[in-house]
Design a protein around this ligand. Sequence first.
Ligand code: SAH
Length: 215
Amino acid sequence: MSGPDPETKMQFLFALRSKGVTDKRVLAAMEEVDRGLFVRGLFSGRAYEDMPLPIACGQTISQPSVVGLMTQALEVTPRDKVLEVGTGSGYQAAILAKLARRVYTVDRHARLVRAAQLVFQQLQLVNITTMTADGSFGLPDQAPFDRIIVTAAAEDAPGPLLAQLKIGGIMVLPVGQSDTVQTLIRVRRTEQGFDYDELRPVRFVPLLEGLGKDG
Ligand code: SAH
């Protein structure tokens, strides 16, 4: 595994900082996790550019600066149990695994989950548990979670995910009509209820129902 050359890596980190990713732990995690391992085929040469790229099953690996901003907004601590809905390439989950105690990551496409698992093994990220499931229902058996991140857009925060967030917990997700402008929001669960704040406009693939048809 070679990873980017030093200059490419410097440019990658510079792009993150200039887009507002300033948290030192997040930057360190993103420096450690080689995005090149999560992008295959035609687009592998562009892995260190700050843009989303196509992956299998018609999905995308998110733009690195968006991954950084979402991770930063999630305020992950080393004690946290985190749920990610939308494994995709596994890149976001790998970064979370560097920052949290344990990461559960779920995707509706078994094929994506299998590919991500192989990279996690290669990187010896033993604190990630993968699952093929419709993540809008969360993972009731593992709930509650300190942090929840959704990397596909729903019209609203799914009820089961809100219910599986600990009091004091944080959830970050894009909401809005698919394929139009969506808003990245942060939800904090308090003793009294849920506090919402809007972070920025984003564009994600839609959160879909049921399992993907890819075996
Ligand atoms: N976090 C990913 C990018 C995710 S793209 C990365 O770092 O590469 C969004 C992913 O959400 C896709 O892989 C898609 O299959 C998945 N997805 C969409 N709806 C879902 C659902 N209901 N449950 C689980 N995964 C879902």
